[in-house]
Structures are given as structure tokens and as C-alpha cells.
Design a protein around this ligand. Structure first.
Ligand code: ADE
Length: 222
């Protein structure tokens, strides 16, 4: 899979791309991620990318030209163009699964007060990561990339994400490691029993219980 990200703040991605699972996935060619400063595509003097909004109002508005030209330059046959915006479709695990099947995505990170409405005409999908407003689309785009890359074949053990919270509309069951007794808090007996059928039954019960307590809305979707 190939992911091209358009941003005005490429340095924000340094740590994200060069640590942990994303770093390993890139090194093992499971994913190619390129960061582009769309300022480089500006045809304005001083590579300007924004201007005052027509009709007045606070803040600057991203102009369409640099983003249109960047998308034209990067687009391939099977490309999906995604715009990060609080006005987009709320992001969920099932969307991560469908994005993970794509060959190529371009993610546009908005910034400042907003972007010229005409940019929407080249976008296939608008995504919001939640009902709050961030300073730009960079962190939201990292959320999308992280959630998609971990689903790509060979990036993490498949079993880890089959049991993920949300993949079956259940929250994860509790897990424990050493020691068996920590400050009087003991690991449940069943997990020490070696009896796999009982362990699986206990885990399912715990998942259902946790979901009932914390996210009853998920159970209704099952
Ligand atoms: N840009 C700013 N806030 C955002 C959000 N909540 N989701 C996606 N993009 C954003």
C-alpha cells in the first residue's frame, strides 16, 4: 500500500514514521508513506498557500491551486483522496478495514481556519476523528495511517487484531502478566489453568461484561 500525505508541516511526521510498528512496516516494505509539503506546489510569489476569505471573517483560507496541483501530480489509477476535517464522517474501525484494502491513498491535511470549498470537488472521502477541533489535519491523518497500517498483512500478528476492541463490536477482555500476585491483586485462576476452552469462554464473558458496562451502544450493533 502507498500513502501520500499533503501537509504544511512535514516535520510533525518525523517521530510518527520513524518509531515502533510504523517504522518496521516501512522498512519491511509493507507500506510506503511519503510526506509532501503542498507549499512546494504553490505558483504564488513566496509560495503562498492561503489568503483572506471572500465575504470577510476571521482567519486565512487555503487556496485550491497548490492542493489541486499536488493531487494531480500524485494521483495514480486506483487512488482514493481523503480530506481530514471535523465535518467528515466519524472514523470507526470498520472504515480502517476498508481503507486497508486500498492500493493508494492521498490524505490532505487542512490547516488554519479552513480550506476553499472547491477543494472538496477532488476528494473521495472526508473523515473526522471525533467531535472536537484540532489545529490541523496532521494528527488526525496519523490516526488514520496508524490504524490502517497495523491491519496490513504481516505488520502485526493477525490474531492481535482479530481480537481488537471494536472489530466484533466488543471491547477487549482483560489481560495479565507476571507476577501472579501483585500487591494482593491476583491473576484470575482460569488463566493459569491451561484449559483453553475455559479460557476462551472466560474471555468472551469478560468482553461482554466490559462492553455492557462501558459501551452498551456497541452491543446493540451486534
Ligand atoms: N482537523 C481538525 N480537527 C479535526 C478532526 N476532529 N478530525 C479530522 N480532521 C480535523
Amino acid at each position: 500500500m502507498k500513502i501520500d500525505i499533503l501537509t504544511l508541516f512535514p516535520n510533525m511526521f518525523d517521530g510518527f514514521l520513524n518509531e515502533s510498528i510504523i517504522k518496521r512496516a516501512r522498512e519491511n516494505n509493507k507500506v510506503e508513506i511519503n510526506i509532501h509539503n503542498f507549499r512546494d506546489y504553490s505558483l504564488e510569489p513566496h509560495k503562498k498557500v492561503d489568503d483572506y476569505g471572500f465575504g470577510g471573517g476571521a482567519g486565512m483560507v487555503l487556496m485550491p491551486q497548490p492542493i489541486f496541483d499536488a493531487v494531480d501530480a500524485l494521483r495514480e489509477v486506483d487512488t482514493k483522496v481523503i480530506l481530514m476535517t471535523p465535518q467528515g464522517v466519524p472514523y470507526q474501525q470498520k472504515q480502517a478495514y476498508s481503507l486497508a484494502k486500498l492500493k493508494h491513498i492521498i490524505i490532505i491535511c487542512g490547516h488554519y481556519e479552513g480550506f476553499d470549498e472547491r477543494i472538496r470537488s477532488i476528494v473521495d472521502l472526508e473523515i473526522s476523528i471525533g467531535d472536537y477541533v484540532l489545529t490541523g489535519g496532521e494528527i488526525p491523518s496519523m490516526v488514520i495511517v496508524d490504524s490502517v497500517v497495523r491491519l496490513l498483512s504481516g505488520v502485526i500478528e493477525e490474531e492481535s487484531h482479530l481480537n481488537d476492541s471494536f472489530s466484533n463490536n466488543l471491547l477487549d477482555y482483560p489481560v495479565y502478566t507476571k507476577p501472579v500476585d501483585f500487591r494482593g491483586m491476583k491473576v484470575p485462576e482460569v488463566l493459569l489453568s491451561g484449559h483453553h476452552a475455559n479460557i476462551n469462554k472466560w474471555r468472551l464473558e469478560q468482553s461482554i461484561k466490559k462492553t455492557q458496562e462501558r459501551r452498551p451502544d456497541l452491543l446493540e450493533k451486534r
